[in-house]
Design a binder for this molecule. Sequence first.
Ligand code: XIL
Length: 544
Amino acid sequence: MGRTKLIVIFSLLPFVLIQQGYTQTTEEFLVTDFDGGGILPDAWSSYGDLGPYGVQPGRPNSDGKYYELVWNGSTTQGYIVSQSEITFRLIPKRKLKEKNIDNVYLKLDVNCGSAPGTVVNIVLVDGPNDCCTNEVNWIYSFTKNTCDWETIEINLAEFGYAYDPNNHEKSIDIHKVGRVKIGMDVFSGPQRQTVQFDNVALVVKDKVKKYNADTEIADDTTLKKRANDFYVGVAVNPRRIKDTDYSTLYKKEFNSITAENAMKMKSILKGMDTNGNLVYDWTESDRIVDFAEINNMNLHGHTLIWYESIPDFLKDFKGTNEAFETIIEKYITNVVSRYKGKVDSWDVVNEAIADGTSDLRKSVFLERMGPDYVKKCFQYAKNADQEVKLFYNDYGLIYDKKKQQGAFTLVDDLIAENLIDGVGYQLHIDFNFPSKLDIKTATDLIVQRKLLVHFSELDVKTNPKGDIETFTESRSHAQGKKIYEVVSVFNSLPKEYKYALTLWGLKDDDSWITPRYGFPDWPLLFDSTFQKKRAYSGFLQALE
Ligand code: XIL
């Protein structure tokens, strides 16, 4: 006479309940309510029938049908009962993929149908057959004395007692668990046993963060404090770093800076004298470099080569291609050497790929130096400073697939020559575009190449189409959420690839967006009175 069980097994249909709050989500997958609800049998493979007793027509004071198992064995019969081969898959494998068993609960209503002392067993099995021969097999046993309906929730990770001691395992691989069986323990407890159950569900309680638009910001929290394994940067200009309202916040919140314009070629390279020597003006760039030095901030150099920042004498250069190339080599060598040990990283070439294509953008650099110009510029920079980190920086690489392809072809060539350390995604984005998934997928392309990631010029337009006159609540929410998504993606990267996340300015009214696109906008983390916006708290929340 073996141990015998009456067992019933189920299958389920996803029923989702998202709990309020951003630290925990609860998803409930209803297996069955025996009233036609739940995922049994459609989305679930099931086999066997419903056993000798089965679905009962009405549950007292309740919501309808329920399932009942009854054992009424006599003493002489002992505990022999034919085993019901009822098995339904319980675990919604697809839905639970990647879930941690610690967060998964079996939830059901139970009753002992006026048979107090019924010992209820719940068994998890991994294989298609019944117990005992399977690789893993757990049991959860409890005695029901009060025969009233009661809802119980059992954490699957707490199943610890093995039905077969040889299979005893304390931890459960959720991918192995195929079914749950609920039955009575007919070799212990009283002779007459009944178990009734209803509303069987699996509940997943994930510590998934959700954006909350209305969190309070603690006064002593700052962006750089929260971001403990990457730099938080801000684009600055020489005038604002001298203004204490700005510099106080720069120092408080950020530990990296980028010059918004002051280190671009047009700001530094002023022309060529009659002897053919290049004429430089270092006033503005030096101020930026000094500010970073004095305040012990990371300094990202932006940008050695950009088609939009070319001094006029080079735009319509009258000399030969060789002479042009020599000027570029000299320029890069001079700038990089001057700031060696002070600039931590450089955007060597900015925006080299044309929109909607995989081709190099038409520019005087391409025209004069040929398609290898990007590589040449990286080589000049590297020759001038072996230590400084070199980046390729661009926009649109998240959603413009052709451009992305072109950029990564370029990047792969630079990797092959050992000339590149990182890729910058500018992230001048909109409140509703691109999606978090697209940002993540595109960012993985950088990580897969083992390069540093810089989200280099983040701002989030709230009025890209010009349909609002004032900053609305709903755009503010959406902006906070988008920032939250961007920072979440960045923060989830492997530590060694997180370089910096840089905001393209401090206050809304200083942003380049309105002058550039013509619509009023509020793209940054602080408003025009230096107050923190929802976007700020969205940034912080992603780092909690
Ligand atoms: C912008 C500045 O913010 C403006 O002040 C300037 O007039 C034009 O350039 N991509 C870049 C940045 O790489 O250098 C640009 O900065 C914004 C787009």
